[in-house]
Design a protein around this ligand. Structure first.
Ligand SMILES: *Cc1c(COP(=O)(O)O)cnc(C)c1O
Length: 383
């Protein structure tokens, strides 16, 4: 999809054919129930939990158009999208492959909840197709990756994943939260389902929690029906806010992509910095893949200082612009030490085995002036 088409779809895709009451912006349909009009199927009854108010329908069409996919459904959170999608595909006796560097909430669900439902799981290196082949069983149903891993920002073998799943008849799923649909559209590569925490870049303003599942039409319809049973539906007012946020995704992502690369380059050249992780840097191990498959490297970066934890905390406490908080994808820059937040649930040994040093600092680069951010980091690194 050309960027022009993408920008235009952000604004116009999904708008009702006949403007509701002449409105240019779809108003909030805060009505739990609607008049019965002879709907034949339970899932066609108009009811907020059944994800079919005009606010839901606009978002579904918009999100599908953004990733060049057949269909989409919004959910009450990213975790609602992920857990509902997994429970749609997996049955007792099934086996599933997950990338070894999962988002913490997903990792907890996979390790704490799936086994109790009789579903077996294995964790595999997202770069190593041979390891997926070795772990595959007769009962394997799906491969689940994240299109940019957290917090080291590796780009998995995404093309290999699609080929592997097609060869063995598996469902291919990818959490596409970090790149956002602006930078990567999994359906165009052949993934069956892309999952999002819309809390992050899609909404972009750190003021709501939402999720989405985007992909192949029949599969998305099954997810929508499972969501109606599990109940993790998004409220119309949150739909309205999310729709408003999404319209500026392109202008925001261009700025995020640009500023993160500027900051990553500054850090790379700084004497206090030991290593920098950002797929836009030429020296990143999967830079070639990112440049080929992505339209930008996102606003996320992470780095280590020679001085370890102590130097990292000193720098974080000296920074004036970024707010110290986990999460990502909003207009404000955020800085966190994953060992104390997103990855504190892992043992120190497991973190070390995954290459996540205790002193690693993760930054979600916001929409402040890039020069101001560079100056702030330079001053804090010098402290
Ligand atoms: C935040 C996040 C989630 C969970 O999303 P919520 O909206 O908090 O439920 C899932 N995956 C990734 C990669 C995330 O960053």
């Amino acid at each position: 999809m050309s960027k022009q088409q993408f920008d235009t779809r952000l604004i116009h895709a999904g708008l009702p054919q006949v403007p509701l009451g002449g409105a240019v912006v779809t108003p909030v349909f805060q009505s739990a129930i609607t008049h019965f009009e002879g709907e034949g199927d339970y899932h066609d009854i108009r009811y907020i939990r059944l994800n079919n108010t005009p606010n839901h329908l606009e978002l579904h069409a918009k999100l599908a158009a953004l990733e060049g996919a057949e269909a989409a459904v919004v959910t009450a959170s990213g975790m609602a999208a992920i857990t509902t999608a997994l429970l749609t595909v997996l049955r007792p006796g099934d086996h599933a492959l997950f990338c070894s560097t999962l988002y913490g909430g997903t990792h907890d669900f996979v390790t704490m909840d799936l086994p109790g439902l009789g579903i077996e799981v294995d964790f595999v290196d997202p770069q190593d197709r041979g390891a997926w082949e070795a772990a595959r069983r007769e009962s394997t149903r799906l491969l689940y990756l994240e299109s940019l891993t957290n917090p080291l920002l590796e780009v998995p073998d995404l093309e290999g994943a699609v080929a592997f799943c097609r060869e063995h008849g598996l469902v291919s799923m990818v959490d596409n939260t970090f790149p956002s649909p602006f930078n990567f559209r999994p359906a165009e590569l052949g993934f069956d389902l892309s999952l999002h925490s819309a809390t992050k870049y899609l909404n972009g303003h750190s003021d709501l929690v939402a999720g989405a599942a985007i992909g192949q039409g029949e599969l998305v319809e099954r997810v929508r029906r499972k969501l109606a049973h599990l109940g993790g539906s998004l409220d119309p007012h949150a739909c309205f806010l999310l729709c408003r946020g999404i319209k500026t995704l392109a202008v925001r992502m261009r700025h995020h992509n640009h500023s993160a690369l500027v900051l990553a380059r500054l850090l790379t050249g700084h004497g206090a910095v030991a290593s920098v992780h950002h797929p836009g840097l030429e020296e990143h191990p999967q830079h070639e893949r990112a440049a080929r498959l992505f339209d930008g490297a996102s606003g996320m970066l992470s780095f280590e200082l020679h001085g370890g934890v102590e130097a990292a905390d000193r720098m974080i406490n000296t920074l004036k612009i970024p707010i110290q908080a986990p999460s990502l994808g909003g207009v404000e820059s955020l800085v966190t030490r994953p060992a104390t937040t997103s990855h504190s649930g892992m043992s120190a040994e497991a973190r070390a085995a995954s290459g996540i040093a205790d002193g690693l600092v993760r930054v979600s680069v916001g929409l402040e002036d890039a020069g101001d951010l560079v100056a702030d980091f330079e001053a804090a690194l010098g402290a």
